[in-house]
Design a protein around this ligand. Structure first.
Ligand code: 4NP
Length: 153
């Protein structure tokens, strides 16, 4: 079994979207018992909280259920426990690289899955309008399709 951890800043917008979308892709492919999936935040402000209600609503429109998810903070042990660890933006990546020193697996920039070498980031939608949440879901769908192909192939 392989394992995937999605990480953003708060673990209430971007990484839960990636988490919920990937669970759905796996379920649709009959592969949910093959991959362990989780998400976390580099920050501690929202520990124990459900995803942002704007993200939960936008995801539900696409058949993705974020209601069961609760925020947690990423730990150094995550880089031993999860084979694939993805950072939503460059700041997340830098914060995680400090935690991952000497660990088995190192964080990678998530959108490198679809835009290799371009250092593209998933924009933080927290302080913006509704369109930001749709953009996150579009990017997540594309990146997770690529991730699924990579894991399968
Ligand atoms: P996320 O978005 O990192 O995609 O979960 C944010 C959520 C909360 C905050 C910032 C970003 N915050 O400052 O509380």
């Amino acid at each position: 079994m392989t394992s995937v951890l999605f990480v953003c800043l708060g673990n209430i917008c971007r990484s839960p979207a990636a988490h919920g979308n990937f669970l759905k892709l796996l379920a649709d492919a009959g592969l949910n018992s093959q991959v362990r999936v989780d998400s976390a935040g580099t920050g501690d402000w929202h520990i124990g909280a459900p995803p942002d209600e704007r993200m939960t609503a936008a995801a539900a429109e696409r058949g993705i259920d974020l209601n069961p998810l609760r925020a947690r903070q990423v730990t150094p042990g995550d880089f031993d426990d999860f084979e694939h660890v993805f950072a939503m933006d460059a700041r997340n990546l830098e914060d995680m690289q400090a935690l991952a020193v000497g660990r088995a697996n190192q964080p990678r920039l998530y959108l490198d899955l679809v835009f290799p070498g371009q250092r593209r980031e998933v924009p933080d939608p927290y302080f913006g309008g509704a369109q930001g949440f749709e953009e996150v879901l579009d990017l997540v769908e594309a990146a997770n399709q690529a991730l699924l192909r990579q894991i399968l192939g």
